[in-house]
Write a protein that binds this ligand. Structure first.
Ligand code: 5GP
Ligand code: ZN
Length: 129
């Protein structure tokens, strides 16, 4: 059984910070920063890509509310809000989740995107249109 399904069913303990009929939020067991929180649908969807629109929208509404709460209560200086999709992107639990990661001035683990060389922007644009 998926670990986040077990958390949603309360078979495994977690530090819950939010719950309603369809969405749950709890503290990450291995936080990258103080207040690192995960927001999940109670129902199992492999990733962001599979989550139905209505549930996805509600989950992001909750995520936004919690992000504001984190900012207010922890006085952080910023937040990273992200969802990894598939192993290649770092997804280790295959149950859709959104990370809310408070950031503090002086943090060393800032996410930096490095340049990719030789991008054919015109061809790419045509593919994505
Ligand atoms: P991913 O790497 O899939 O984007 O993120 C999975 C996150 O789930 C990781 O940050 C990891 O620390 C967290 N995690 C994995 N297992 C558990 C667990 O049993 N309880 C809690 N609270 N967090 C977990
Ligand atoms: Zn699951």
């Amino acid at each position: 059984m998926c670990i986040f399904c077990s958390i949603a069913k309360k078979e495994i303990n977690s530090h819950l910070v939010y719950e309603d009929d369809t969405v749950l939020a709890f503290l990450d067991i291995n936080p990258t920063a103080v207040g690192h929180t995960l927001v999940i649908p109670k129902e199992h969807y492999e990733s962001f890509l599979e989550c139905p629109a209505k549930l996805r929208d509600h989950l992001f509404e909750v995520a936004q509310m919690l992000a504001k709460k984190l900012e207010e209560s922890l006085n952080c200086d910023g937040l990273n809000i992200l969802s990894n999709v598939h192993e290649a992107a770092g997804q280790s639990v295959n149950h859709f989740h959104v990370h809310l990661i408070p950031r503090y001035k002086g943090d060393t683990e800032i996410i930096h995107f490095h340049e990719t060389e030789n991008v054919d922007f015109e061809a790419l644009k045509e593919k994505l249109k």
